[in-house]
Unconditional design. Structure first.
Length: 430
């Protein structure tokens, strides 16, 4: 049989409150609500005193003691006193839920509600009221705990069940209205506290998630930067080494002296490549930030770069213009890497070609132009130099460097050759 929708909406909260509802775990409390135990009391099984738990114990004790004293006084004035066990059970029914509300708020409320109903006749006979002031305070504290720790439907069910209990035990309309006001205010206050705590928890989770995302983004950016550095170092030096390894035997033509000189150049290039690779990889290995502090390459090493390219068979013409001293480190490093990658591309794809390189400063901009003539193969050219699988990464690295500085880059065929043109803004904090 299908129940009406209105009845279902009413019975579900009551079922959650009375039978199947579950409370959320306690919210983490501030450290200010805990008092550390002195060292001379270190044998105790706990290190701190929880002020909330201590307050519940004190409230329960005073509620139990005050209620018991009042009930015993009332019982003593009766012509036929009730058995003492009833007095003690009535006092315990008021105080026990206060000890349980911290960890089991729904169980505490259920015990409190049943205790109020079962002890109402005894309380009325001894005090003239079905519920004592201490019992009302204890019950409201338990309802507050339920509203803070349980969902909206469960709290609504507790409010409805409480109003039904009040309606069964109230002796006047004023008592019913007062109870409704007190219960409503307590439940709403607890619900608002719960809403604020949940919002604060979600905000803290979002902040932690944002921090993790920012950390991951910074890690990816650092990996990309290191990958660019490694590519620039490896691509340039390995291209020179590969070309010279094939060219030296042909140039030596059986001359042991020339062969030994060529091998020394290859060894020097290999050591230089290994040194730069160790410097870059050292950034990853040092978890304490004590990375290699050797200076980054810049335009001050341009002549060395050009000399290496010439030794690999390129004919390089270098023209410098303007004041290139005192450039920001990032600008000087990026300019050096762009020039290095341009020469590496010429070695791989146009070995033995003539390269024109112009670097000049114009106001607040640094202009870089590298152009090689028609591509031609030489006997020293590696067999894989023109394979598509070995293209593209260097140009991507150039674009990332230029974009990072807010500059502009143009690459592509020019006449029968290939050209790279970059404009880097000279920013002092770059």
């Amino acid at each position: 049989m299908n129940l009406p929708a209105g009845l279902v909406r009413l019975t579900r909260p009551l079922t959650l409150a009375v039978v199947s509802g579950r409370a959320d775990p306690p919210f983490p409390r501030s450290r200010r609500l805990g008092i550390p135990i002195p060292r001379f009391l270190g044998l105790l099984p706990f290190r701190t005193v929880d002020l909330v738990v201590l307050a519940n114990l004190l409230i329960a004790w005073f509620t139990y003691g005050g209620g018991l004293s009042m009930l015993l006084d009332g019982n003593g004035r009766l012509p036929t006193p009730s058995p003492d066990w009833r007095i003690y059970c009535a006092a315990a029914a008021i105080a026990l839920p206060l000890l349980l509300r911290e960890h089991w708020p729904l169980a505490a409320w259920r015990i409190s509600a049943v205790g109020m109903l079962t002890t109402a006749p005894t309380m009325d006979a001894l005090t003239g009221h079905p519920v004592s002031i201490a019992g009302i305070v204890a019950y409201l504290l338990v309802v507050y705990s339920v509203a803070v720790r349980c969902g909206r439907e469960t709290t609504l069910g507790v409010w409805i069940a409480s109003m039904l209990c009040v309606a069964l035990s109230a002796t006047s309309r004023d008592d019913l209205v007062t109870a409704a006001i007190l219960l409503s205010v307590t439940a709403l206050f607890g619900y608002n506290v719960r809403a604020r705590r949940l919002a604060a928890r979600r905000l803290a989770e979002e902040e932690r998630r944002s921090e993790r995302a920012l950390t991951a983004q910074a890690t990816l950016e650092e990996r990309a930067r290191i990958a660019r550095e490694l590519h620039d170092v490896v691509a340039h030096h390995m291209s020179v080494i590969a070309i010279q390894a094939e060219a030296v035997p042909l140039q030596a033509a059986g001359d042991a002296g020339r062969l030994e000189e060529g091998l020394r150049e290859i060894r020097a290039l290999s050591l230089a490549a290994m040194t730069e690779m160790r410097r870059v990889v050292g950034v990853l290995r040092d978890g304490d930030g004590r990375a290699d502090t050797a200076p980054q390459p810049g335009l001050g090493r341009l002549e060395e770069l050009v000399g290496t390219a010439r030794s690999a068979g390129l004919t390089v013409t270098l023209k410098l213009g303007g004041d290139l001293m005192g450039l920001p480190t990032a600008v000087s490093l990026s300019a050096y890497r762009i020039a290095q990658e341009s020469l590496s591309n010429a070695m791989r794809h146009a070995p033995g070609s003539a390269v024109s390189m112009r670097i000049s400063r114009s106001g607040a901009e640094l202009h870089i132009h590298v152009e090689n003539d028609a591509r031609r193969r030489s006997p020293a050219a590696p067999e894989h130099a023109g394979e598509p699988g070995h293209r593209g990464h260097g140009l991507i690295g150039m674009r990332e460097r230029v974009s990072m500085l807010g500059g502009k880059l143009w690459t592509g065929p020019v006449g029968t050759g290939f050209a790279v043109t970059a404009i880097l803004p000279i920013v002092e904090n770059a």
